[in-house]
Design a binder for this molecule. Structure first.
Ligand code: ZN
Ligand code: ZN
Ligand code: FE
Length: 765
């Protein structure tokens, strides 16, 4: 039997309420071994057993918890088993001071929900109801300690009733800092597109529902920023939103009134249901059902998943109960800018997008987006870490020196290490606009300010042109540069608590390599000090550099050029359907021939692009990763066959895709289905991982980088690695995409033999 270890950190009202004895009983009943411990950071649990028992434990932990216990946050990681022989209640070892935690925002609890639906309650239909078990935290805290005067609730004077509850030790709202009621708390207003007041309080809610039913776009000021919301069953309205927001095809998130309603349109497993209803209340990527055709077609075109969440504030609950059908709830921004947090700012920035503004007067101290989670191989995998998770730390085994890591360029976040904890900021976004860069600087300062520290050591990406790298150079003369894929691998190693040696498989779109070329199909071996690039995908040129990222057919051209050479590509006799004009093709071939603006890359992300183009699926994309997403969508999972990669001797080993290319083109000629071609391509990638792992001969294999957001690829690689006797690891708490880079930078920058590592990076500078 395959044993696994489940590590759980539970925060909330879980101490002194019979939680440990409950955990003991539950673990014993399920035959699990391990321990439970009350720590300064909440209750920590480790249990070992088979996969199914561990999943049962997880689900029952919340369903059957003692009545007085309240869970505010529950983070899980599946790790290798250690071999505990019994279950025990452990006693706290007083090892030094623990950092005060800033709690994330918590979804509305059942008690508060009951109150706002009870006509006899003084908080009936009050959209800002909260208690010690739920409500805003991270989004209202200005500084520590967490007391009302240090929050954005300071401006609201408590009424006598709230004051009494706040000071009553047996009340659920004893010391609930954001306590509020209709008499003394924040108020709701509905504004028109010019910011003129239309309605207040409950009337504002009624009119918002009406506007949505009439196909209008409403900007809603929520917990961590603005959403743009629209009726998800109104195709014209959804298209209108896309047009105005300049978001062409990237999937839009949905909010449903209830879990039952979600089940109509999506398949929901037990673990997924747990996540949807959890205090974190993230967007969960769910497999859509074919019968979900009442929904607008343009919500997630050519995508097998819907991003779905349930209401997480009283405001959302009240609105969804009024509408009774799903809405689009997408970030309140233009394109990929950071979300708006302030109503006056929103009037400017969302001008021309929103028809109405549903706002309130509780200031949002910092922007926090909705988090995104996907179940991969039976485990929760956080793809965007923000509301409900940030700024909780990732605990590492060894205490670290103080480091501020500034992350990458896309999906940026920052991280700060204090002792054994690495505090990972909320998702900031792509540092492509001045707003995003401003938000990034703010978060970097904010994180240090919150924890009262100022980091001496600054870590950043090796890419000289990233704004985050430039900022690092402003902060210090000597930033520690960490190679992008090494940061990915370091994050995965840290999260899974692995000891070397580990073979890191870091596959993504783009990262600056130590040789100055673009990496993205890397096999990095960690033996304890730095890394060795033991293998990589065969390189090819990308005509037009970053322009090629928007045009998969350019990647296809680069691959064909590398394989066939100039003449054969030029006469096009055998090139399939990507249509360049004669003039464009001539220019691109010139660029390739001379190597002008055609950087070499080993990127698997770009290989996905090339394949999507060659099989006629995608010639142009409107967002990062789109071609790969569509290839995943069309995959026929029943196909076991695979194209071939050829492994060429190194060092480093070269994973040559030429046989794969031949296979794909032959299948295209035979009019093989895209479903089959995509499957054979995914399978080939998994075989390439197994092939390299065999040659390197290291049993622990860490899968990381944006490509491993692809569930089919990841699950296939996990399965094949296991079948061949390897131990695969992947991300759980921290995103596999560039949202994991900051954590990786912290860990890599603090490795003991720093000098040695810097020398390894010196060749680049
Ligand atoms: Zn509550
Ligand atoms: Zn009050
Ligand atoms: Fe990356």
């Amino acid at each position: 039997m395959n044993l696994e270890r489940l590590k759980v950190s539970v925060r909330g009202v879980v101490q002194g309420v019979g939680f440990r004895p409950f955990v003991y009983r539950l673990a014993s009943e399920l035959g699990l071994r391990g321990w439970v411990l009350n720590s300064g950071q909440g209750v920590l649990i480790e249990v070992e057993g088979d996969r199914q028992s561990l999943q049962n434990f997880l689900v029952r932990l919340e369903l059957e918890k003692p009545p007085l216990a309240s869970v505010h946050s529950l983070e899980t990681s599946f790790l290798d088993s250690i071999g505990y022989d019994k279950f025990e209640i452990r006693h706290r070892n007083q090892d030094g001071p623990t950092t005060v935690l800033v709690m994330p925002d918590i979804a509305t609890c059942a008690d508060c929900l009951r109150e706002i639906l009870d006509p006899g309650n003084r908080r009936y239909r009050y959209p800002f109801t909260n208690c010690t078990n739920c409500g805003p935290r991270f989004t209202i805290i200005e500084s520590l300690p967490y007391d009302r005067p240090n929050t954005s609730m300071a401006r609201f004077a408590m009424c006598p009733d709230c004051w009494q509850e706040y000071n009553d030790p047996v009340d659920r709202r004893f010391h609930a800092q954001p306590i509020a009621c209709p008499k003394c708390g924040p108020r709701l207003e509905l504004w028109d597109s010019e910011g003129r007041l239309i309605a207040q309080r409950d009337d504002a809610l009624h009119q918002t529902a009406e506007a949505l039913q009439n196909g209008k776009i409403v900007a809603l000021k929520g917990l961590g920023g603005f959403h743009l919301i629209v009726d998800a069953q109104n195709e014209i309205a959804v298209r209108d939103l896309r047009l105005r927001k300049r978001r062409e095809e990237k999937p839009l998130a949905l909010m449903y009134p209830s879990l039952e309603a979600v089940r109509n349109d999506c398949k929901v497993s037990e673990l997924e249901a747990r996540l949807l209803l959890s205090p974190e209340c993230p967007i969960v990527l769910l497999q859509r059902r074919s019968r979900s055709d009442q929904l607008a077609q343009s919500i997630a075109p050519s995508n097998g998943c819907f991003g779905v969440m349930l209401p997480y504030t009283p405001l959302h609950h009240l609105l969804m109960r009024k509408i009774c059908s799903p809405i689009i709830a997408t970030s309140g921004n233009v394109r990929d800018e950071p979300i708006c947090v302030d109503e006056l700012e929103a009037l400017q920035r969302l001008k021309g997008i929103a028809d109405f503004y549903l706002v309130h007067d509780r200031p949002i101290v910092r922007h926090v987006d909705d988090s995104i989670v996907r179940i991969i191989s039976g485990r929760e995998s956080v793809l965007r870490r923000a509301r409900g998770y940030a700024p909780l730390p990732v605990r590492v085994r060894e205490p670290l020196p103080l480091v501020l890591a500034l992350g990458a360029h896309l999906k940026n976040n920052v991280a700060l290490s204090i002792g054994n904890e690495v505090f990972v900021s909320q998702h900031i976004g792509d540092l492509e606009t001045s707003q995003a860069f401003t938000a990034f600087q703010k978060v970097a300062l904010d994180l240090q300010h919150l924890y009262g520290t100022s980091a001496a050591l600054i870590a950043c990406d090796l890419h000289p042109d990233y704004l985050s790298t430039k900022y690092a150079c402003q902060l210090t003369e000597k930033p520690v540069y960490v190679q992008h894929h090494w940061a990915h691998v370091s994050a995965c190693i840290a999260e899974n608590e692995l000891d070397p040696p580990v073979l890191g498989v870091a596959w993504d779109g783009t990262g600056y390599g130590t040789d100055g070329t673009i990496w993205g199909g890397e096999f990095l071996l960690s033996e304890g000090e730095g890394f060795e690039r033991v293998a990589h995908i065969r390189k090819f040129r990308l005509p037009g550099g970053s322009a090629a990222i928007k045009e998969p057919r350019r990647a296809a051209l680069g691959v064909l050029y590398e394989a066939w050479g100039h003449e054969r590509v030029q006469n096009r006799a055998t090139t399939p359907g990507f249509e360049f004009s004669e003039a464009d093709l001539a220019i691109l071939l010139q660029m390739l021939a001379r190597g002008i603006n055609s950087p070499m890359t080993s990127s698997v992300g770009r290989l996905f692009d090339a394949v999507a183009s060659l099989i006629g699926l995608r010639q142009g994309v409107t967002f990062e990763g789109q071609a790969a997403m569509e290839l995943e969508y069309v995959v026929d999972q029943s196909i076991e066959e695979s194209y071939l990669f050829q492994l060429e001797d190194g060092p480093p080993l070269i994973v040559n895709w030429e046989p794969l290319l031949k296979g794909i083109l032959a299948d295209v000629d035979r009019c093989e289905s895209v479903a089959a071609i995509s499957a054979k391509f995914h399978n080939a990638l998994a075989e390439a991982i197994v092939g390299v792992a065999r040659r390197v001969g290291v049993s622990q294999v860490a899968l990381t980088g944006g490509c491993f957001q692809n569930r089919h690829l990841t699950e296939r690689a996990i399965r094949r690695l296991r079948e061949c006797g390897f131990k695969p690891y992947w991300h759980q708490r921290i995103p596999p995409n560039d949202g994991g880079i900051a954590l990786g930078q912290v860990v890599a920058a603090t490795e003991r033999n720093l000098d040695l590592k810097q020398r390894a990076f010196a060749e680049v500078a």
